[in-house]
Design a protein around this ligand. Structure first.
Ligand SMILES: *Cc1c(COP(=O)(O)O)cnc(C)c1O
Length: 489
């Protein structure tokens, strides 16, 4: 009996209803061509007003709940000892299990403090793939990041269920080569943002933690999307189906010594972050530093109301229906694209769908930044804003100053939490599928301005030929295209 034909398909729907709306602006293609040229073909430099569906990032773009907004009114804006701080600290203890919380304005504030306090010049920090700000702070403290993720992580087509796993043999080799005393900590990502939001299994977390602890190496978690990671463990790893997201999250953290957190992701708030650690002395030193760089240790750059919203967001984030819908929406968009032959990173990860730009634009060499080009062309086609995660993000080698050309050359369609509907996913997919059919009309880009660090944020480009990223459709004799052909331009 074929179950597909006998069981009627049940539709999926968002587990919330809309109480307040923010109208979206529609633009014409001519307006978008002008806007992307003015933005130097970098989607980071577009004005948000000119964007229709904004999939640039899931960072700080979540919709807060009615409860969170109510919590904003309960902000205790005392300079010292705000009630909201104690509530946040207690919530982090309950859900993440760490003893001390040092609030920061966002994740990189926590990375800065952790890196400065633990890394000495010449140290090596291994981890399961780099993250941009995390690695920068490690380098600014004099350390060097070494990637020890499994090889499968670099293959967009490989369907390994836990592509974020640590390759223990690679990690052992690093420990043997540099010595445990030169490794201040292991940097554990769950999920792995730069690898497509791919999860790490609990089995692998346990083994990695054991290996580090056997060598006396500390292990710090980038907990930014650890809730999403817990969902993948629950649904993909044997033995976890009956455990709650909260329970899996707590176990994840228990294998580490602390975490840095960008609250702008899993915690469902628009700003905020924290460093959380178990070690009393490290916490004390971190509090001394937060006072210098962020704010007093009971607010760390956040308003009282922001800490209240984050505490409530943490509670909501571990609810099964929420995280299932969140990851489910990513999967829905990924499946639409895959079914139409669009090359994407598979399986889909936690926070977005990643287009494989090398397979999408085989005619654009990596030196002409295919991901940057594809993101710009997508905006021109439909007003959907995505972002580059490839050679531009990878930057230059700190020793040789040569461009780094990573194996993964991706365009990230990142889904804000609780913001867009399935219909927005359909519109997005239609544009990408159409673009894939006319992909030979997309050309490469070259720098006109290249910032020294984190260049992807503010770099400017121009098309390598002509002045358009997406050539006009000669077959379409309507509107602006007709005018284009008539003018013979
Ligand atoms: C966003 C992010 C950070 C940095 O956090 P910010 O809040 O943007 O400073 C660190 N690690 C990962 C994995 C992230 O996605």
């Amino acid at each position: 009996m074929n179950s597909n034909t006998t069981i009627p398909r049940r539709s999926w729907a968002e587990p919330y209803k809309i109480k307040m709306v923010e109208p979206l602006k529609m633009t014409t293609r001519a307006q978008r061509e002008r806007a992307i040229a003015e933005a130097g073909f970098n989607t980071f430099l577009l004005r948000s007003e000119d964007v229709y569906i904004d999939l640039l990032t899931d960072s700080g773009t979540s919709a807060m709940s009615d409860l969170q907004w109510a919590g904003m009114m309960r902000g205790d804006e005392a300079y010292a000892g705000s009630r909201n701080f104690y509530r946040l600290e207690e919530t982090i203890r309950r859900y993440y299990g760490f003893k001390h919380t040092i609030p920061t304005h966002q994740g990189r504030g926590a990375e800065h403090i952790l890196s400065q306090l633990t890394i000495r010049p010449g140290d090596v920090v291994p981890g399961n793939m780099y993250f941009t700000t995390t690695r920068l702070h490690q380098e600014m403290a004099g350390g060097a990041f070494v990637d020890v993720i499994i090889d499968e992580a670099h293959d967009p087509a490989c369907k390994h269920p836990f592509k974020g796993n640590v390759d223990l043999a690679k990690l052992k080799r690093v420990i043997d080569e540099v010595g445990a005393e030169r490794i201040p900590y292991f940097c554990l990502h769950a999920t792995v943002n730069m690898g497509g939001g791919q999860p790490i299994s609990m089995g692998n977390i346990r083994e990695t933690s054991q290996l580090c602890r056997n060598h006396g190496i500390k292990i710090f978690l980038d907990a930014t999307r650890a809730v999403e990671n817990a969902y993948f463990i629950k649904t993909r790893e044997e033995g976890f189906a009956d455990r709650t997201i909260a329970d899996i999250l707590l176990e994840t953290c228990s294998h580490t010594d602390g975490c840095t957190m960008s609250g702008k992701k899993d915690c469902l708030v628009n700003i905020g972050g924290f460093l959380a650690v178990n070690d009393d002395e490290l916490a004390d030193r971190a509090r001394n530093m937060v006072v210098a760089f962020e704010g007093l240790h009971t607010y760390g750059g956040m308003a009282g109301r922001d800490m209240e919203a984050m505490a409530l967001g943490i509670e909501e984030s571990v609810e099964y229906d929420h995280v299932r819908a969140r990851v489910g929406q990513v999967e829905y968009l990924g499946n639409l694209l895959h079914r139409h032959g669009v090359p994407i990173m598979r399986p889909t990860g936690g926070h977005g769908v990643f287009l494989d730009a090398r397979a999408f634009l085989p005619h654009v060499p990596q030196s002409q930044f295919p991901s940057q080009s594809l993101a710009a062309a997508l905006y021109v086609d439909s007003g959907v804003r995505a972002m580059e995660r490839g050679a531009v993000s990878a930057g230059r080698d700190t020793q040789t100053n040569e461009n780094r050309f990573p194996q993964l050359e991706l365009v990230r369609l990142t889904l804000p939490r609780r913001v867009y509907t399935q219909a927005h996913m359909d519109v997005t997919a239609e544009s990408i599928i159409d673009l894939f059919k006319k992909r030979d009309r997309i050309c490469g880009l070259e720098f006109t301005y290249e910032p020294e660090t984190l260049r992807f944020f503010r770099a400017r480009f121009q098309p390598v030929t002509g002045n358009k990223i997406l050539q006009d459709d000669y077959g379409n004799l309507h509107g602006e295209n007709a005018a284009y052909i008539q003018s013979g331009a």
